[in-house]
Design a protein. Structure first.
Length: 280
């Protein structure tokens, strides 16, 4: 590597710093105002010293959200729903991606094209018949309507896994056939261990999509103990007012699990990217 390649372009560095600051600004603003009282949030300065900072009641907003509004239970509900839904996406999408990539059959291209067409259908179009089905199955006021549809709506994940599996050379598939391995064994022992990077990426995307979902929890959950984080945040708002200090505090708490999931999954993405790199 030459000296010129080691040098960092100053303009590129400045652009990346500005972009990073713009991206992190909303989160920093939320964190700052989570240590403010309600009357001190909307001041003239964008960033001002919070009036609760370094005082005895510094964490009163967090204590109120967790203790008085039962936010810990709602977080556990969201973790359960999002984790199981993301796990279902991984199972379905890796299996279907493997089938479309390596097990060619008559009409596979047509089926795959029809699957990709479902990406163009917004959830608002299918939510009414979906609700009718869930009602007939007596799944209302349970977590099943929030988890099961994720098992059946993996078009993007299937596309991503198919593209990745197609990069794995067919020589591995032929070697498995010579050794007497069936399709299931080749999937579990050969292809799935090679795909830690896309699987981690798919888990992050699926987890975030289900964590941030508000439409389905609002439709299917009426019991307070079953509420998810996104649905619980609406209790800080009314038609004419909002408790902004508690709303922003709850928003900070709702983002923290996503950051933790990304940090842990990022490690597997990097390891998978370094250890893969298979060439045909």
């Amino acid at each position: 590597m030459t000296k010129n390649e080691n040098k960092i372009n100053p303009l590129r560095l400045i652009f990346l710093v500005i972009f990073a600051l713009l991206a992190i600004f909303p989160f920093l603003w939320m964190v700052q105002n989570s240590f403010n009282t309600e009357k001190h949030i909307f001041t003239k300065e964008i960033f001002s010293i919070p009036d609760l900072l370094f005082k005895r009641n510094m964490f009163e907003n967090y204590i109120a959200v967790i203790k008085d509004y039962n936010f810990g239970r709602y977080t556990l509900n969201s973790l359960l729903v999002s984790g199981l839904a993301a796990l279902g996406q991984i199972i379905v999408c890796t299996l279907s991606g493997f089938v479309f990539a390596k097990m060619k059959f008559r009409g596979s291209k047509i089926v795959f094209s029809l699957l990709l067409l479902t990406l163009m259908v917004p959830v608002q179009v299918t939510i009414i018949p979906e609700y009718y089905i869930m009602m007939k199955m007596n799944w209302l006021d349970t977590f099943l309507p929030l988890i099961i549809p994720s098992f059946l709506s993996g078009a993007f994940g299937t596309f991503m896994m198919k593209e990745y599996f197609e990069q794995i050379p067919n020589s591995l598939l032929d070697a498995g056939v010579i050794d007497g391995a069936n399709a299931g064994r080749m999937y579990f022992n050969i292809f799935l261990p090679q795909s830690s990077a896309p699987v981690a990426t798919l888990f992050i995307i699926a987890f975030m999509n289900n964590w941030n979902d508000l439409l389905r929890p609002m439709l299917y959950l009426s019991k307070e103990k079953l509420q998810t984080v996104t649905l619980a945040l609406t209790q800080f708002q009314s038609q004419y007012s909002a408790r902004w200090n508690l709303l922003l505090t709850g928003s900070v708490l709702s983002i923290l699990p996503l950051i933790v999931v990304f940090i842990f999954s990022q490690q597997y993405i990097i390891e998978g990217s370094l250890s893969s790199g298979i060439k045909g």
